[in-house]
Design a protein around this ligand. Structure first.
Ligand code: GAP
Length: 470
């Protein structure tokens, strides 16, 4: 299993991800995507968008991040979107109480104290109120990981929504929130979309967009951040059919990760023990990160909670009227909700491989990102074998031609082996070399990243060759 530090260091060195505002010391919980990162991110989003909306029953929207503040009253986020927070009186460090307990359980398991770990885990799964977390922390004398102190404050609620103000006056009347989930932009537009695009249940609305949560603790690189993107789809169905659609969407979403090259043994299902305030059933797809399994996407059966609440808070009907069967109802909703940055990190970890090879007679290690060709930031690299005899000019022309269709890099620096290695490390599936024979018969070699095997093809066939493999 690759170490998280290895992934973070590769991500920075090769321009996938940088710490936000690094020159000022960084800002906790915020990250910037570099030149290769933004390509991978876009490829993930584009593949998701294609899979979810290039079909008859789903359309897309792009709603604003800041919404009418009543949205968050109706959705329950003002009252309930909070985490249990606890402070250590000695170190003044602040924690999410459930995470503090989970961390303690992990340490017990590492020390092979399995019975005690299981006992605490069972209690954690039953926690309903702040006081339940507090009791576990006190009963088991859980220490502050920073200071070792067991002197704790009470557990309090901490609302995760970022507040800001609309207009020039910073007072309560102008208070708005950065959306903590993109889903509400879909719910408030349910009627608009249904009427404008003449959809009827079962149908879905998909959206990719930023969400913000003022997480108490950020951790594990891109896993828990304060600004992130979601790829969400709400599927509106007739009440009573939600169980079947829940199963349908579970299968669809699992298969998408496999089609994008995820190794099935690195994924698992995790049913929710505790349900969010809006759900009557929920299950997560988890990926095995270097720090353990973690959620990358949730499939939630949200009942008619959101639409009914928006109906009562706005006074606007959120019903579907079926004129043929003479019935009207507020649809139930199955939601698929994935994090773009979590998928990004999962695909990065999934792709990372180190391979022993013999290079120029010596044993060496090849670092290779085995991305599916659809996700790889760069699809094709073009090299002249040597920088003379017209090869650079020929290769550069191919590079320019292929740029119309794919993300292509041109590289003339260093030995050919080195150039292959640089592309392997960023996951480029195809490397094309112009050599002496190219100048005679217009053929080039194409080397495939994983097998390292080479084909020789005519220059007129390059685009077709790559298209077929993508
Ligand atoms: N609309 C439902 C919803 O937002 P969620 O389980 O809170 O459900 C959905 O979030 C997905 O968003 C998660 O599976 C995860 O991939 C991503 N996500 C949530 N919080 C995140 C955070 N702080 N940092 C990065 N991704 C996050």
């Amino acid at each position: 299993m690759v170490k998280l530090e290895t992934i973070i260091s590769l991500a920075k060195r090769r321009g996938f991800v940088f710490q936000s505002s690094e020159i000022y010391g960084g800002l906790n919980g915020f990250w910037d995507y570099g030149p290769l990162g933004v390509e991978l991110l876009n490829n993930i989003k584009q593949s998701w968008w294609k899979a979810m909306t290039y079909r008859d029953d789903i359309v897309g929207v792009d709603a604003s991040i800041i919404m009418h503040p009543k949205t968050w009253v109706a959705s329950g986020h003002i009252a309930q979107f909070s985490d249990p927070m606890i402070d250590n009186k000695t170190s003044k460090a602040r924690y999410r109480a459930d995470n503090l307990i989970e961390e303690f359980i992990r340490k017990l398991n590492n020390k092979h104290k399995f019975d005690l770990a299981k006992e605490i885990e069972e209690k954690l799964n039953k926690c309903q109120e702040n006081n339940d977390y507090f009791k576990i922390i006190i009963d088991y004398q859980i220490p502050d990981p920073v200071s070792g102190s067991t002197d704790w404050t009470e557990v309090r609620n901490f609302n995760l929504m970022f507040k800001t103000f609309v207009g020039p006056v910073e007072d309560e009347s102008g208070t708005v929130f950065l959306r903590p989930e993109s889903a509400q932009g879909i719910f408030v537009n349910f009627k608009n979309v249904m009427d404008a695009s003449r959809m009827k249940p079962p149908f879905g609305i998909a959206q990719i967009g930023k969400a913000f949560r003022n997480e108490i603790n950020t951790k594990n690189f891109l896993f828990r951040t304060r600004e992130f993107e979601q790829m969400e789809m709400q599927y509106f169905v007739k009440p009573g059919s939600e169980k079947d659609w829940f199963e349908y969407w579970k299968e669809q979403r699992w298969n998408w990760y496999i089609e994008m090259g995820m190794q099935p043994e690195k994924l698992r299902w995790k049913p929710h023990e505790k349900l969010a305030h809006y759900a009557n059933n929920a299950i997560d797809i988890e990926f095995e990160f270097p720090f353990g399994f973690g959620e990358i996407e949730g499939i939630h059966s949200r009942t008619n909670f959101d639409l009914t609440n928006h109906q009562s808070h706005s006074g606007k009907k959120m019903e579907y009227v079926d004129t043929v069967n003479q019935e009207r109802y507020v649809p139930y909703v199955i939601e698929t909700s994935g994090g773009v940055s979590r998928a990004f990190m999962a695909f990065l970890c999934n792709a990372y491989d180190e391979e022993k090879i013999i290079d120029e007679g010596k044993e060496d290690t090849r670092v290779v990102l085995r991305f599916d060709a659809k996700l790889a930031p760069i699809t094709l690299a073009v090299f002249p074998l040597v920088n003379k005899d017209g090869m650079p000019e020929y290769a550069h022309q191919i590079y320019k031609d292929m740029q119309k269709y794919f993300r292509v890099q041109y590289d003339t620096a260093g030995a050919i082996g080195r150039r292959y290695r640089r592309q392997d490390e960023i996951g480029t599936p195809f490397c094309l070399t112009v050599d002496g024979q190219t100048l005679i018969d217009h053929t080039v070699t194409i080397r495939e990243r994983d097998s390292m095997l080479q084909d020789r093809i005519n220059v007129s066939k390059i685009r077709d060759y790559i298209d077929r493999r993508i």
